[in-house]
Ligand binder design. Sequence first.
Ligand SMILES: Cc1cc2nc3c(=O)[nH]c(=O)nc-3n(C[C@H](O)[C@H](O)[C@H](O)COP(=O)(O)OP(=O)(O)OC[C@H]3O[C@@H](n4cnc5c(N)ncnc54)[C@H](O)[C@@H]3O)c2cc1C
Ligand code: FES
Length: 220
Amino acid sequence: MPKRERRRVVAAEPVGPYTLLRVERAGLNAGIPGQFFMLEAPGRLLPRPMSLCLATPSELAFLIDPIGPGTRALCTLQTGAELAILGPLGNGFDLRVERPLLVGGGIGVAPFPYLSETLGGPPAVLGFRSSWHAEAAALVPNAEVVIEPTYVTESMPSGHDVLACGPESMLEAVRELAPHAQLAWEAPMACGYGACYGCAVEIGGELKRLCVEGPVLAAA
Ligand SMILES: Cc1cc2nc3c(=O)[nH]c(=O)nc-3n(C[C@H](O)[C@H](O)[C@H](O)COP(=O)(O)OP(=O)(O)OC[C@H]3O[C@@H](n4cnc5c(N)ncnc54)[C@H](O)[C@@H]3O)c2cc1C
Ligand code: FES
C-alpha cells in the first residue's frame, strides 16, 4: 500500500480546456500506465482520482478536466503550492501486447502520454468534441485525431490490441468492435484503495470495487 505523501506543484499549464498539473516526483513510484493517484483537492474533504499522464525523473504530471469543484481547485493550484498525493493505485494496462492501438476520447487521453512512451509510441486514434479539446492530442505521439461528429470507432483499424480510455458510451462501442480490448473505466471514488465501497460497479454479475479490480478491465 503506497503512503500518502506531500509534494509541491511545479506548474499548472493550460492544454486546450484542460490543465497539465506538474508535481515534483521526489522518489514517488510512477507505477504502471493506467494506474491512478488520489490527489488532495484544496478546500474539498475527499481527494480526487487522476490517471498518471506523464512521468519524468523529476516530475509526475496529471491532465485535468475542470468539470466540478475538486478538479477546478486542482487546476488553479499555483507553482510552489503543496498537495497530498497517494498512489500508484489500482490495476493498470497489461503491457504484454503485440500490436497496440490506443483509443481515447476527450479527457480519456490523460493516461496515454505515459502509456505511449512505455509502449514505444504505438499508433493512437483520439476523438474530441472540438479542435480546442483536441490540443491535448499533442501530448500523444503518432496520433490520428477525429473531431465530432466523427467518432473514434469510425477510424479504428482492425487487427490491433486495443487499449482504450474515455467516456462510458465510447468504451461500450469499442467493446463491440474489439472484444479483447483493455478498457479503463471510471466511477466516483472516495478512498481509492478498497476501503469505502464507493466505487462498487457490477462486473460479471457481481459488485466489485473498481479501484481494486480496475480501473483497467478486460472488455470480455
Ligand atoms: C481511476 C480514475 C482516473 C481518473 N483520471 C482522470 C484524469 O486523468 N483526468 C481527469 O480530469 N479526470 C479523471 N478522472 C475523473 C475525476 O476524478 C473526476 O472528474 C473528479 O473526481 C470530479 O471531481 P469534481 O469535484 O471536480 O466534480 P464533482 O462535483 O465530484 O463531479 C462533477 C460531475 O461529474 C460526475 N463524476 C465525478 N466523478 C466521476 C467519475 N469518476 N466518474 C463518472 N462521473 C463522475 C459527478 O457525478 C458530477 O455529475 C478519473 C477518475 C477515475 C475513477
Ligand atoms: S474508492 Fe473506496 S473502495 Fe474504491
